[in-house]
Design a protein around this ligand. Structure first.
Ligand code: LLP
Length: 414
């Protein structure tokens, strides 16, 4: 059984009633559907079948151990963006050869960690980083597989905060510098040029930027070959968006149909780093109404027990998430409300001007499509403990992360 659906007007995750789950586990609560994660992972894998590819799930989207383990069991490899994510990947059972290490500011300690482990590839961001990797590798008498991250100067047409492919962004090296850099570094004893990498942004719903970024690294791979530098893969990053408002967005098949014709002639294998597309629609954030406050202008504030500490996306990117009552009430009046959190700033708004049936304190709401960049971006602001997380498989809910306590929080302090 898959995903989120209504049974007698009550929202369920697979075979589990969300109202019953919240009654047992409390709120705020993240709930994930294992079936949805599996279906969405397989959709991407199937879309690229017939072409050599590896899906390195971007752990940054959601790295709760059980989610990482689930993806590994489905056949995914991992994309880690910090030393911490490398550790999580290992503890989730990924072997170093299944890990690519990405990130714009890898510290010497993180590079040493990745090199000592022997990760599949380090996606290198700059000449300085290539130099540091080379030095660390030679000190250890080893050679490190690197993929140079290319900044193709492509506008992802997503929110500026999560667009990374323009030349004014901090990521990668300019496309027109790649050939020269590779020529100069190709002879380094500590480096093996294994691939080219690009990632132009996240929540991309227009395939053109993804196509253009892929075309840029395919063309560069050809130039490198002319220079006698043979790589074995192209890493096109992540970025494929999801529908937060129900509008149609490109499918995994559409994505493959855009990218594969460009890549095919290169003969190089493909690395994909999807995050959001796999886990975003697989999670909801459950939260209870604490108060309902009428405004002098006739609008209403619905105050929830979750806010920017649990889900930062609306505040940070103006992101839209559908918010639904878990149990539909038909009797009450329709209102227009701002659905807000309990934190002491006005940015703490999960949904603006939403039309809904007037709720009561204690009613349960679900913030939809919160599986990616939700729990991982939660904070302890206002000394709020991190929410619990539950993974549902069919009829079976499992707590995969228990609710943090104030003691957990203070355990680090003197
Ligand atoms: N690869 C690299 C190098 C990345 O930087 C990212 C995401 C991904 C893959 C995965 O991208 P995805 O397939 O999930 O779009 N916190 C923001 C999103 C930040 C994305 C950062 N990089 C949000 O909540 O929208």
């Amino acid at each position: 059984m898959e995903g989120f659906h209504r049974l007698n007007n009550a929202l369920h995750c697979e075979g589990v009633s969300l109202a019953e789950l919240a009654a047992v586990e409390g709120t705020p609560l993240y709930v994930y559907s294992a079936g949805t994660i599996a279906t969405r992972y397989r959709a991407i894998d199937n879309a690229f079948r017939g072409y050599p590819h590896a899906i390195h799930y971007a752990l940054k989207a959601n790295s709760t151990l059980a989610i990482a383990r689930l993806l590994r069991s489905l056949g995914a490899a991992a994309d880690a963006n910090s030393g911490g994510e490398i550790d999580v990947a290992l503890r989730a059972g990924f072997i170093p050869e299944q890990i690519v290490f990405t990130g714009v500011g890898k510290t010497p300690a993180e590079l040493a960690q990745a090199i000592d482990l022997g990760v599949r590839t380090i996606n290198a961001e700059s000449e300085g980083e290539l130099d540091r990797i080379d030095r660390l590798a030679r000190e250890r008498g080893t050679r490190v597989r690197v993929a140079l991250r290319v900044n193709p100067d492509v506008d992802a047409r997503s929110h500026p905060h999560i667009s990374t492919g323009l030349k004014v962004n901090k990521f990668g090296v300019p496309a027109d510098a790649v050939r020269d850099i590779c020529r100069r570094f190709a002879g380094r004893e500590g480096l093996e040029f294994a691939g080219l990498h690009t990632h132009v942004g996240s929540q991309i719903t227009d395939l053109d930027p993804l196509r253009r970024a892929a075309a840029t690294i395919v063309a560069l791979a050809r130039e490198l070959k002319d220079d006698g530098i043979t790589i074995d893969h192209l890493d096109v990053g992540g970025g494929l968006g999801v529908s937060y408002d129900g509008a149609k967005v490109p499918s995994a098949d559409d994505y493959a149909a855009a990218v594969l014709p460009i890549v095919r002639d290169s003969g190089l294998s493909l690395i994909l780093e999807p995050g959001r597309n796999i886990v975003g629609p697989a999670g909801v954030l459950l939260s209870r109404v604490v108060d309902v406050k009428d405004r002098p202008d006739g609008k209403v504030f619905v105050i929830l027990d979750a806010g920017m500490t649990e889900l930062m996306r609306p505040m940070l990117y103006g992101a839209f998430h559908r918010i639904e009552a878990v149990l539909c009430v038909s009797s009450s009046d329709e209102i227009v409300a701002d659905i807000v959190g309990p934190l002491c700033e006005s940015s703490d708004t999960l949904g603006k001007d939403r039309r809904l049936k007037r709720p009561q304190p204690g009613d349960l709401f679900a913030v939809l499509d919160a599986g990616a960049y939700g729990a991982v971006m939660a904070s302890n602001y206002n000394r709020r403990p991190m929410p619990a997380e539950v993974l549902v498989e069919g009829e079976r809910p499992s707590v995969i992360r228990r609710r943090q306590t104030i003691d957990d929080l203070l355990a680090l302090e003197s």
